[in-house]
Write a protein that binds this ligand. Sequence first.
Ligand code: NAP
Ligand code: F7E
Length: 342
Amino acid sequence: MARRALITGITGQDGSYLAEHLLNEGYQVWGLIRGQANPRKLRVSRLASELSFVDGDLMDQSSLVSAVETVQPEEVYNLGAISFVPMSWQQPELVTEINGMGVLRMLEAIRMVSGLHHSRNGGTQIRFYQASSSEMFGKAFETPQRESTPFHPRSPYGVAKAYGHFITKNYRESFGMYAVSGMLFNHESPRRGAEFVTRKISLAVARIKQGYQDKLHLGNLDAVRDWGFAGDYVRAMHLMLQQPECGDYVIGTGQMHSVRDAVRIAFTHVGLNWEDHVVVDPALVRPAEVEVLCADPAVAKNQLGWEPTVDFPQLMQMMVDCDLLQVTREREYADLMPASGW
Ligand code: NAP
Ligand code: F7E
């Protein structure tokens, strides 16, 4: 019988890639969907005939218990979160509830339903993956960051993720749960939300190239990140749940690039000079910035056999190429629409 996986956050960037990867691996894949008529469900509609959906929200304990009971998964991937860091200064309580307490609620749901399993059929262990983040390292104590690097988060988002990380570890130690925390560095793709810097750049470059926009407003161009391709990172999530012993892993490329590098690569790819178009806007600089992050993925390489396949220039170029097509399609569609007032 096919193994069953439950994914929270299936409508997000990583959720869609992970669903595809697990379907290819022969899993029966379930996605937790929140809200009434969630429009982002369309994002995975290409896979809809192969996926199953269950209602639930990381803010609502009973819905998670019910989802785990319905699906009876062997593996749970908790990707659901508010993932845009600046939003965590605007709505810190909500972000803490979903990104921090939401992890506890999902662990509790698994513990409760597994307890029922134990008395019923001798105990099927549900394996749990928590989407932790390099933002926990924040103002990092050392570079590159590895599994043992202490945390110094710089945003309510990072603080909530640190709680999620430690509660995952604690349930492993307290209840013997197979619970893993993946400390993933920034990963991007053509499916990345348009609020994140790489996609903001690739979309703007496509629009500027086609004459629909002239300027791109950005914040801190000196920020340095370790950016990889999301399609590579979901393979690591799956591998983490296939190990004989569970642990925590840092996932990244080990390569550092600045926002300025991202801009230069993207504009150069379409034959434009970035300095003619980029405007630095102090309003986009964060209250407390994370200046430099870079992974040491040696443990993942040695223990999981995981390696990235897409480097940063390839990633930016892939995103620009996809957005050139997307902008063209949107304009063609707009031209077909009747003028306003019709
Ligand atoms: P994303 O595209 O923003 O997707 C976030 C997902 O969370 C969406 O499917 C959203 O569903 C869901 N969600 C939000 N609030 C929820 C709630 N109350 N209950 C259930 N689901 C909820 O994020 P992503 O880039 O795929 O990232 C996936 C996970 O990895 C997140 O936890 C993120 O914090 C973490 N992470 C990401 C990166 C990265 O670079 N991408 C790096 C490290 C860690 P709706 O459609 O309902 O809004
Ligand atoms: O910012 C700088 C900004 O918003 C990257 C999330 O997936 O990865 C992501 O968090 C850098 C920051 O991602 C703009 O100040 C400059 O230094 O693309 P971002 P993030 O904050 O690193 C981590 C690992 C996660 O876990 C998160 O969920 O770029 N930057 N100018 C800008 N950033 C944005 N968004 N917009 C700008 O205009």
